[in-house]
Design a protein around this ligand. Structure first.
Ligand SMILES: C[S@@+](CC[C@H](N)C(=O)[O-])C[C@H]1O[C@@H](n2cnc3c(N)ncnc32)[C@H](O)[C@@H]1O
Length: 356
């Protein structure tokens, strides 16, 4: 949630899309103007360099518009979209009547981006039109085909690690690892592997892009994350789950992410989950009752985890995503809030605690 703006060129676009671990998408601001009537849309719409933000082969009616209007004279988003579409079609951008290329509509097939998309915000009669440079949202790194019961977004997993200030110095464990998202993101972070390396972005197909440019940007990206932890010196990165299918999917995802050498997944209930010695950081997204688990037994599960780490992992740290303070309290630890966000509409908190 939220965003920030900055200025840059195509190299910046590559850097942001390849390296940002917690951003959902990169938008490029194309036009900003005052629009109080349809004539403004028609006139200013004709001045927009649509062709610069579209692949040449795309039929104009394949282009997606996401329009929101607030506190403005023009309040009908459908009508605003229709005028902008007309301006796009009149500009000759794209290929009228052309055949749409095959699209990626799935969670995992990072190979082809979804239809090109413009995001339009009309607030207090000021219109901002942006082109979606990422395409498929950035949390889809391209490695997660096998998903567990309630998979965590890759960007949220990375946010837990970054907010917990873990950069690969200590052992890391997730005893509710599901499809392995947290340990996999941890290995990518510790090895300095750009999270977007294995996927494509919408802007690659805009005018000015070429396969050579993409290859050069990707190979350059390797050296840009600073010194990665040497592979041999990486501390243990462990995940466990009581569900056998989840553990299998975690391994499959780790292989696709190219990090299977630096992670270890095993099947275990939380009472026997491996805890590395010396203690490091436990980062996890436990069952919380909204999507997984029954509230009565969940309190017991949190209490057992708390008792275990307090007796066996003194000196370690814990970072967890919590949708229910009543459950987090059962850990018996003094927690502080790292950040708050919403997941699937549910408010959640990232909590951290030192294990005394
Ligand atoms: C919210 S999901 C974790 C999702 C994971 N972060 C991901 O990205 O796929 C919670 C996981 O806890 C596991 N689990 C539930 N009770 C458990 C227990 N007693 N011991 C170990 N794992 C358990 C479930 O099988 C499930 O995969």
């Amino acid at each position: 949630m939220g965003g920030l703006s900055l200025q840059g060129d195509r190299d910046t676009l590559w850097a942001l899309n390849l390296h940002l671990r917690t951003a959902s998408r990169i938008l490029v601001r194309v036009a900003r103007f005052r629009a109080v009537g349809f004539r403004d849309l028609e006139r200013r719409g004709r001045e927009i360099p649509w062709h610069a933000f579209l692949p040449v082969e795309v039929p104009p009616d394949e282009v997606a518009f996401e329009v929101t209007c607030r506190k403005s004279r023009l309040y009908h988003s459908g009508a605003v979209e229709a005028r902008l579409r007309e301006a796009l079609a009149a500009s000759g951008a794209g290929r009228p009547g052309g055949r749409a290329p095959r699209r990626d509509r799935g969670e995992s097939k990072g190979a082809l981006p979804p239809p090109p998309r413009f995001v339009v915000r009309l607030v207090r009669n000021r219109l901002t039109l942006s082109a979606d440079a990422s395409g498929t949202p950035l949390h889809r790194r391209g490695y997660r085909e096998a998903v567990g019961k309630a998979p965590l977004r890759e960007t949220v997993a990375a946010a837990l690690l970054l907010a917990g200030e873990w950069h690969g110095e200590t052992a890391l464990v997730d005893p509710f690892c599901g499809s392995g998202t947290i340990p996999i993101e941890a290995a990518l972070l510790a090895r300095g592997i750009p999270p977007g390396l294995r996927r494509r972005f919408a802007f690659e197909a805009w005018s000015g892009g070429s396969p050579e440019e993409g290859a050069a940007a990707r190979s350059r990206a390797w050296g840009e994350e600073g010194e990665p932890s040497p592979a041999g010196s990486l501390p243990p990165i462990l995940g466990s789950d009581r569900d056998e299918g989840a553990v299998a999917s975690a391994w499959a995802n780790a292989r696709r992410a190219g990090v299977e050498t630096w992670v270890d997944f095993s099947r275990a209930a939380v009472s026997t989950a491996p805890l590395p010695d010396p203690p490091g950081i436990l980062v996890t997204n436990p069952p919380h009752g909204h999507r997984v688990g029954d509230p009565a037994t969940l309190r017991n599960l949190y209490a057992r985890l708390g008792a275990r780490i307090r007796s066996e992992w003194s000196g370690g740290r814990i970072v967890l995503l919590s949708a229910d303070r009543g459950l987090a309290v059962q850990l018996g630890l003094e927690t502080r809030v790292l950040f708050r966000t919403r997941i699937g509409g549910i408010p959640v908190e990232a909590l951290a605690a030192e294990i005394p």
